[in-house]
Design a protein around this ligand. Structure first.
Ligand code: WTA
Length: 683
């Protein structure tokens, strides 16, 4: 139905795009000012005639958030108007657009299908090189309505029920998420690289009754047996009663179904959608839209709950303004749908704006390091939004891979997920973007719902600084705090002072933990867990996590999760996991392991293999440590607390006495010396 056709590409609006090539070219110096207010917010600017600049708009959004967000909320279609824009604060809990009712799928699909049924909504870039499919808004609507019907009738899904996804990034995941929203169900998308254990614990925590998967997925040329992993997970997740299987390429011969639990979507599309009854559930603005699990410094992953009205508006508004969305754009966010970047900037942000979005199933280096650029050329992407880890990886393969392909369609480049280093930023800007494209380094989190720090909004003479480019987005008031909890210094803990619509509402099933994790340490502010620096001109740079969360290839991982997995081994007595700087991954994983008496004589290589396997089985492939160092003891304070600061230095190879700092408070300082020696032997 959605076969590759150049005609469809034309419907994206290529001709319009040519007329719209960069009006806002960023350069590293301020000699070339960017166009002022190239993306105005007319509904706000008109309200107050003293608004003449980005700075004025920003200040207005901070000083009068209720008026600002009320004005902007008109960009959504409301079934019932809201009465109160913002209710409550961080201490009490915040509700947005109280009294309002809306439906996300109507906002992301129906209204565009009505006006532009032939416009391409989703471009599915399959793993197989050179293969893509187009789904127009008209087709997407048809699909969403049918999927919603299947969820209701076959899955018995009702408003508020949770539906788990274990799917690759593609039209099925996008349309199913929208189908959930159509009937008021809550989706919980689990990245299809997580293990069966991780999937089971997430499904149990959410109490999912339905899971949607594929028989197999393909990623980087490899075949992944997703249905098999789901079957394994379901042995420990009795809450799930129905499994919907999307057979890849319609081939239903690869896996056996378990009746009556499992169904092929293809069969259901043929049989149960003959008489579709399109029921649209208009939900309260503060009803949950989805749950997304993310790692924290302690305990099991947290299921962040995002609500309907606030989240959707923030995803829509940040997408429009940060990426300067224009009619005819083809937005290429290469994140997987299993992460928040996929939720906000593959799915909800672009579609709420009626844009054309890319669902990318592959990897940056399959079949070769030219994958992104060949795709940019073939699909005429106007934007590319990716993680610094991919940029660093591609940079290593050389600029020839980029220069082989025509990138003249690109207008904006974006980076997300971890700090971008100078070299990567420069290469992105100069080689990929030919110094012509705007580079937006965007800071945000699963919790924040959308981008919070970004080069936009900024004024006409503001320079774009390499790798330190960020300003606060409208409505975001960042503050830096130090341990004495006083504000205003230039380096500290990054907090946000006031509520904004994109912030998650709670942790699923554990509102007390939500308060404890985010609003206690620097009350009454939201604490992000990151450290940051603000320079004299008001630019922000993120220095990294301040807690025991590490960032591996742009994926958040709690060191405690890795420790828990390794502690399960019968011969581990104690483990401590830290991150260390890694040229490509951003951070690598370094594990220190103390063995039990009985384990000391075991074959270390075998032991290492078993520990790595545990990490893969309990979490995911990216959680496997790069190094495992077996040792007799760990550096501890006299009260028995592991000194991670020292372990981080040792892992990074920073072992001179000056770098290690004061070790006199340790119960046994000699441990450090022998650990340093053991670390050296690992090289
Ligand atoms: C990190 C991803 C520096 C940060 C959207 C944050 C960044 C965590 C940036 C959230 C950036 C994200 N510069 N660090 N531009 N963007 N981070 O929840 O440590 O997967 O707390 O959301 O990634 O990761 P998450």
């Amino acid at each position: 139905m959605w076969k590759h056709s150049q005609q469809a590409l034309a419907l994206v609006g290529r001709s319009q795009r040519c007329l719209l090539l960069p009006s806002s070219v960023s350069t590293i110096s301020s000699k070339h000012p960017r166009t002022f207010l190239s993306t105005p917010i007319p509904e706000v600017a008109q309200m107050d005639l003293s608004i003449n600049s980005y700075a004025d708009l920003y200040n207005f959004s901070i000083e009068k958030p209720d008026i600002f967000w009320k004005a902007v909320s008109g960009r959504l279609d409301w079934h019932q108007k809201f009465i109160t824009t913002i209710q409550g604060d961080f201490t009490t809990g915040v509700n947005w657009f109280v009294g309002g009712k809306l439906n996300v799928s109507v906002n992301c699909v129906d209204r565009h299908a009505k006006n532009h049924p032939d416009r391409v909504a989703i471009i599915y870039e399959k793993d197989e090189p050179g293969h893509h499919e187009f789904i127009t808004y008209g087709q997407l609507k048809e699909l969403v309505v049918k999927y919603a019907h299947i969820l209701r009738t076959v899955g018995n899904v009702k408003k508020g029920d949770r539906v788990a996804f274990y799917l690759p990034c593609g039209p099925t995941a996008c349309a199913m998420a929208l189908a959930c929203s159509r009937i008021g169900a809550v989706h919980s998308i689990v990245f299809a690289g997580f293990s069966a254990d991780a999937l089971a614990s997430r499904m149990n925590d959410a109490g999912a009754t339905v899971v949607i998967t594929t028989d197999i997925a393909r990623r980087g040329g490899k075949t992944l047996k997703l249905k098999k992993i789901v079957d394994d997970a379901l042995e420990h997740a009795p809450c799930v009663k129905t499994v919907l299987v999307d057979a890849r390429d319609g081939d239903t011969s690869r896996v056996k179904l378990q009746h009556p639990r499992d169904h092929f979507l293809q069969d259901l599309m043929n049989t149960s959608t003959k008489n579709v009854n399109d029921v649209i559930e208009y939900v309260d603005s503060n009803d949950p839209l989805f749950i997304l699990y993310t790692s924290g410094s302690t305990g099991k992953p947290k299921g962040l709950v995002h609500t309907t009205g606030g989240y959707l508006l923030y995803a829509m508004f940040t997408y429009k303004n940060v990426f300067d969305h224009r009619d005819g754009d083809i937005f290429g966010c290469v994140a997987d749908i299993g992460w928040i970047t996929g939720h906000s900037y593959v799915l909800y942000g672009p579609l709420a704006n009626g844009g054309t979005t890319l669902a990318f199933e592959s990897t940056p280096i399959y079949p070769n390091p030219g994958r992104y650029w060949e795709m940019v050329q073939r699909l005429q992407l106007t934007h590319l939004y990716c993680a610094p880890t991919a940029i660093r990886l591609l940079l290593r393969f050389g600029s020839e891979w980029v220069q082989k392909y025509d990138r003249s369609s690109l207008r904006v480049l974006g980076s997300v997920g971890e700090p971008i280093n100078h070299e990567a930023w420069q290469w992105f800007h100069e080689v990929v973007g030919e110094k012509r494209c705007v580079v937006r380094d965007t800071w945000w989190q699963t919790e924040t719902g959308g981008i919070c720090l970004t080069p936009r909004p900024s004024g006409p003479t503001d320079p774009v600084l390499p790798a330190m480019p960020m300003r606060a987005f409208y409505g975001i008031k960042p503050v830096l705090m130090n341990s004495a909890k006083s504000e205003g210094q230039e380096e500290g803990a990054l907090c946000i002072e006031k509520p904004w619509p994109g912030l998650a509402q709670s942790i699923w099933g554990d509102p007390a933990r939500f308060k404890e994790v985010y609003f206690k340490e620097f009350a009454p502010y939201y604490f992000s867990g990151d450290g940051a620096i603000k320079n004299a001109d008001g630019y922000w740079r993120i220095t990294g996590r301040m807690d025991d969360v590490i960032n591996v290839t742009g994926h958040r991982l709690g060191t405690a999760e890795v420790e828990d997995a390794m502690d399960e081994h019968e011969f581990t007595s104690e483990t401590a996991v830290v991150g260390y700087p890694h040229e490509i991954k951003g951070e690598g994983i370094f594990a220190f392991v103390v063995l039990k008496e009985g384990g000391k004589d075991l074959d270390r290589q075998k032991m290492e293999k078993e520990l790595k396997k545990l990490c893969k089985e309990r979490i995911a492939g990216y959680a496997i440590p790069d190094y495992i160092l077996f040792h007799d003891g760990l550096p501890k304070t006299r009260s028995g607390k592991i000194m991670r600061r020292i372990l981080r230095k040792i892992a990074a190879g920073e072992t001179s006495p000056e770098k290690l700092g004061d070790i006199s408070t340790l119960a046994d300082p000699s441990v450090v010396k022998s650990l340093v020696k053991a670390r050296e032997s690992l090289k």
